[in-house]
Ligand binder design. Structure first.
Ligand code: AMP
Length: 293
């Protein structure tokens, strides 16, 4: 039965009893307004652990001043219903005032990772993400934590923090869940009108174009991103923030694309900023690798 916990003291107590009983904990941090993307992580956490804990917390630290913090969609009752159906044990829904009391001043700085891709137009965002995830890890003490590839830079930041600070948690990254037309599911899709939803498909179309070019042997990153730009610029309501093909560990832009590089983009559709990415693969490399496995 799903238990809703809102206070830090209560979550600590509950986790303590799980630990005393040697129960493994799978954890999914979220900002709520849950959809099938979140639920894919929840299901995996449920499957692989004795206890499944989900946090719902719209983290003020990761929003810039002109961003959508105050209007971020909130659907707590519906979220709890969904989590209950997935047999989740605990939803942790703390108040910002308890997470960040007066005097809170600690930050996690991710040098070389936070100023790339989304970090350029969202300064401070990844510090906010890293700080809240570290706090949540300290409270929930998960054996494994589950993240979506949709927020690729976030997964790199979290993995680096876990490695750099020797955190004892296994980070699992699961594939992006899309609607039947290819649009990556996102809580922010709720801001889109029907026309904008249709326009938003240009992100996926551009990524598919990139993969098609890679399949045909294209390796020049500039050539690939130029084709992607054209697809997106053809859509009137779209405004490109960035399109970049990067090394999956350093997030440095590459000029010659290699198997496993990540093609990432952020595009505004009207007022809504959407992100998406794919891991580019080269068929020859896949065939070569599979012949050795
Ligand atoms: P959010 O509530 O947006 O902070 O997302 C919480 C977690 O769900 C993050 O690890 C996201 O990467 C993941 N997530 C969001 N959308 C998707 C999606 N379409 N597919 C898979 N995971 C997702």
């Amino acid at each position: 039965m799903l238990q809703v916990i809102t206070s830090i003291e209560d979550i600590k107590q509950r986790i303590k009893t799980f630990k005393e009983n040697q129960l493994s904990i799978g954890f999914v941090p979220t900002m709520g307004a849950l959809h099938e993307g979140h639920l894919s992580l929840v299901r995996q956490a449920r499957k692989e652990n004795d206890k499944a804990v989900v946090s719902i917390f719209v983290n003020p630290l990761q929003f810039g001043i002109n961003e959508d913090f105050t209007r971020y969609p909130k659907m707590f009752d519906n979220d709890c219903e969904l989590l209950s159906k997935e047999d989740v044990d605990i939803v942790f829904n703390p108040k910002a005032a308890e997470m960040y009391p007066n005097g809170f001043c600690t930050s996690v700085i991710m040098e070389h990772l936070e100023d790339k891709l989304c970090g350029k137009s969202r300064p401070g965002h990844f510090r906010g993400v890293a700080a809240v995830v570290l706090k949540l890890f300290n409270l929930v003490k998960p054996d494994a934590a589950y993240f979506g590839q949709k927020d690729f830079q976030q997964t790199v930041v979290i993995k680096s923090m876990v490695a750099d600070l020797n955190l004892d948690v296994n980070i699992k990254v699961l594939p992006t869940i899309r609607d039947k037309e290819g649009l990556a599911l996102s809580s922010r899709n709720a801001y889109l009108s029907e026309t904008e939803k249709n326009d938003a498909l240009c992100l996926y179309k551009a990524l598919i174009k990139a993969q098609t070019m890679a399949n045909a042997g294209a390796k020049n990153a500039r050539e690939i991103t130029a084709e992607m730009e054209e697809i997106i610029n053809n859509c009137k309501s779209a405004k490109i923030d960035y399109i970049s093909i990067v090394n999956p560990e350093t997030l440095e832009a590459v000029s010659e694309v290699q198997h496993g590089d990540v093609d990432a983009l952020a595009v505004r559709i009207g007022k809504t900023r959407l992100i998406d990415n794919i891991i580019l693969f080269f068929l020859l490399a896949v065939m070569w690798l599979s012949s050795y496995s």
